[in-house]
Design a protein around this ligand. Sequence first.
Ligand SMILES: [Zn+2]
Length: 83
Amino acid sequence: MTMNASPMIVRVLRMLAGTQEIELGCEEVTALLDEYCEAQAGGEDLSRFAPVMNAHLRLCADCREEYEALLTLVTMDADPISS
Ligand SMILES: [Zn+2]
């Protein structure tokens, strides 16, 4: 199986797997947003992303904005929504 994750994402995921307590920085969250949104839009299991990812998105307005914009893009691409 080929993983096309960038080395940085792999590094972040490893870090997340190792510690659940660690607080994510905006940089880490932004690096994971692509994958996160695609997984969410595709109905994939989001549990491979650490809970701190969700926590950060709830607490950080900047990242949440970015996340919502990206999710809208990804969702429109996969499954048109009416609003
Ligand atoms: Zn942030």
